[in-house]
Design a protein around this ligand. Sequence first.
Ligand SMILES: [Zn+2]
Length: 373
Amino acid sequence: MKSRRSFLKSAGLAATPATAAAAPAPPPPIAEPRPYRRTRFSPKGAPRKITDNLWMFEDTCNVFVVRDGSRCVLIDFGSGKILDHLQGMGISQVDHILHTHHHRDQCQGDWKAAARKIPIAVPAHEKHLFADARNFWRNRRVFHLYYVRNDFNTLTEDVPVAGILHDYATFRWGKTEFFVLPTPGHTLGSISLVGTVDNQKVAFTGDLMFAPGKIVNLYDTQVNYGGAEGIDLGIFSLSRLEELKPALVCPSHGEPLSDPGPGIRHTIERLTDYYKFQTGNNPSEEGRPQVVSRHLICHYTTTSSFYAILSQSGKAMFIDYGSASGITSATSSGRPRPLTGCASRSTRSTGCAASSDSRPSMSPCPATCTTIT
Ligand SMILES: [Zn+2]
């Protein structure tokens, strides 16, 4: 009986001597990571003082400098040119860069910050669009795009992310605290940062609004073809911002707005008009809870009806918790983004002082109606 080896040899299939074999191809060289794409734009202006410890620098977006002695945090970063001005402002160290959203006009200079090891903190629901930007482009769909949300302003290179800005959490820097207010609309994962600077409540709002009655563009507010989801969300977000009563609103584009209450309200009204014109529906913000009985309220205009049972003490327990808008549960990260505005409105309208909600299917959210109202 022939062995397997001798059979192959007789059939001419045995391995040929090594000397006759073609030299194996050398392994392809491992590609070096591409360098960050350098922006050629360099703003010519200088930082402008708004209050003693708050400065604004007009770059590809407004970059805000919050100063504490010789240190600072930067709200958004633009091309990074602000770094060249800090020494003249008596600032020797940047402790953090805090981003309101992932668009390139906010963060295209982040490679400069990375080179200087400046920690960069980003919105939780857009972390992947910073830390894993190249993977985003590798997987971006190009066919059957009825999902037309503008994501072309995503970075092309990864950014090292040092911190996550979670919705409703507080970012502490020395004595200054920034409340992270989720403000989707311009992007699905956008945030605003609200803190006290020079004894006044300041809201850094990214591209939530541009000026009284105006937003940066309509294009970014369209998620599905022909939709106005970002308008609905923007109305929701501006309403929550209005409730916080900031004394100064600092947008990413446009001028800082003192006494912003009327301007925020004007923007809400104009967006509401546009939403009704575009969709024929009322925005989610106008959905009102129904009082079923003295201790039971129902919110039925949300993605699923949910109920709140009120106790004599003024506390409430939620049974289920539908989003205020059909889009609020879908973010660019694919993870749910629970927003508490509808809960606060439900409970406030019935005199509730606090809530303990039960939402086992959603990630924990630290805020209740007592902290958001
Ligand atoms: Zn933007």
